[in-house]
Design a protein around this ligand. Structure first.
Ligand code: ADP
Ligand code: ASP
Ligand code: MG
Length: 410
């Protein structure tokens, strides 16, 4: 019999009624003989609620260890409620926190990485026809401290468990019925993809599509876990994330999807001396502040001085601006300016590899819509631009139309 790891996200377990509906679904699968291991998120809104309470106690930055103790409680509620609902339906069920399973992580609180999973207890449950319900998003480090895996981390818990259990498939149940050509909440004409490659899904996730956590996709690719995104609320086969296999019926589109991220801010250091070491003098200290710099552009120097522009996560913008202002004189820069009302908009597709002219089509479509491009970066299978936040919806829609993503390429 197939062993399936099923993960239910926050909206899917957002109320007690919804938890009951999930229990109905699992009980039906159970009685048909399916072997299943379940991972759940906290009820929707709960992680944010906990974060805001932490913010009241320590407004600058919550103590990382205590924050993880707090955040892990969200998932502990849903594992217990779901097990109760299953037991009430005559299904043998048992809940596990990350520590009880022993999902061993490193000790980076708030963004820990899974190192190892002890599957002995869960495998025994599977053998005994008991449904194990595991708290997503959490683990323990070698010193038994509770850790969490970063926002959206329950996806990664599910994929890692599926890999460790050598499950036949990992199914991510959520509030959309699959991976779409772009976020269907922004472009209603977005189309569900039957399949998408790991490579494309990884780009989509890292460029802002929050439908799957990046690490979940990395893990699934690395351990070759068949991964599927499906709706909790509607029937359907969802989207399968697979390797690009020449013989498969993979949709051969040039562009598979459009991703965007609102989590961006842009910083410019103007009229700084153009000489060896300039980039390091700006970016070195910023990396020491633990801020991840993304796109970087340096203008061609004219009179021996240059402008240096880069993007940082929006949450770090104020901190970075304050630091650069304080360093302006030392750096010999004329001005430090910035803007946190920007977004990154990207097109992704393995089909771009073998086709020229995609970038110019993208730039023309955005230009024709009157959207100014502030920064551009390209790689083999993606092109990203930074634009004003107010043009995000327009930009997504014009690219969706330009690359005919609403119609099936087959
Ligand atoms: P969950 O709580 O189940 O983990 P998330 O909110 O994390 O759900 O992820 C699902 C959401 O991802 C959808 O509601 C949708 O708005 C968003 N999303 C962003 N990009 C895409 C995409 N390309 N395809 C489908 N959903 C997307
Ligand atoms: N509850 C966590 C979050 O909101 C983890 C998850 O839902 O995947 O980020
Ligand atoms: Mg999620």
């Amino acid at each position: 019999m197939a062993l399936i790891v099923k993960k239910f996200g926050g909206t899917s377990v957002g109320t007690t009624d919804r938890i009951q509906a999930v229990a109905d679904k699992l009980a039906a699968a159970h009685s048909s003989g399916e072997q299943q291991v379940i991972v759940v998120s906290a009820m929707s809104g709960e992680t944010n609620r906990l974060l805001s309470m932490a913010g009241e106690m320590m407004p600058k930055r919550a103590d990382p260890r205590e924050l993880d103790v707090l955040l892990s409680t969200g998932e502990q509620v849903t594992i217990a409620l779901l097990c109760m609902a299953l037991i009430e339906r005559g299904v043998s069920a048992r809940s596990y926190t990350g520590g009880q399973v022993r999902i061993l992580t490193d000790n980076s609180y708030n963004k820990a990485r899974i190192l190892d999973i002890d599957v002995s207890a869960i495998s025994a449950d599977v053998e005994n026809n008991t449904v194990a319900v595991v708290a997503g998003f959490q683990g323990v480090d070698a010193e038994r401290n509770i850790t969490t895996l970063g926002r959206g981390g329950s996806d990664t818990s599910a994929v890692a468990l599926a890999a460790a259990l050598k499950a036949d498939e990992c199914q991510i149940f959520t509030d959309v019925d699959g991976v779409y050509t772009t976020d269907p909440r922004v472009e209603p004409r977005a189309r569900r993809l039957e399949r998408i490659t790991f490579e494309e899904m990884l780009e989509m996730a890292s460029l802002g599509s929050k439908v799957l956590q990046i690490r979940a996709v990395e893990f699934a690719g690395k351990y070759n876990v068949p991964l599927r995104v499906l709706s909790t609320f509607e029937p359907g086969s969802g989207t399968l994330i697979t390797y690009d296999d020449e013989d498969s019926t993979m949709e051969q589109a040039l562009v598979s999807g459009i991703a965007f991220s609102r989590d961006e801010a842009q910083v410019t250091v103007s009229s700084i001396a153009d000489r060896p070491g300039t980039a390091y003098s700006i970016l070195g200290p910023i990396s020491e502040m633990n801020v991840e710099v993304d796109m970087i552009v340096q203008n061609a120097a004219e009179d021996g001085s240059t402008d240096f522009t880069f993007t940082v996560p929006r949450q770090d913008f104020a901190r970075v601006m304050e630091f650069l202002e304080s360093q302006k004189v030392t750096m010999g820069a004329r001005e430090v300016s910035g803007d946190d009302k920007i977004v990154k908009l990207s097109i992704v597709g393995v089909g771009m590899r073998s086709h020229a002219g995609i970038a110019s089509r993208m730039f023309k479509a955005l230009g024709d819509s009157g959207i100014n491009l502030r920064l551009i970066t390209t790689s083999e299978i993606k092109i990203s631009v930074v634009i004003d936040e107010k043009y995000l919806e327009l930009g997504v829609r014009s690219l969706h139309e330009e690359f005919e993503l609403d119609s099936d390429p087959a």
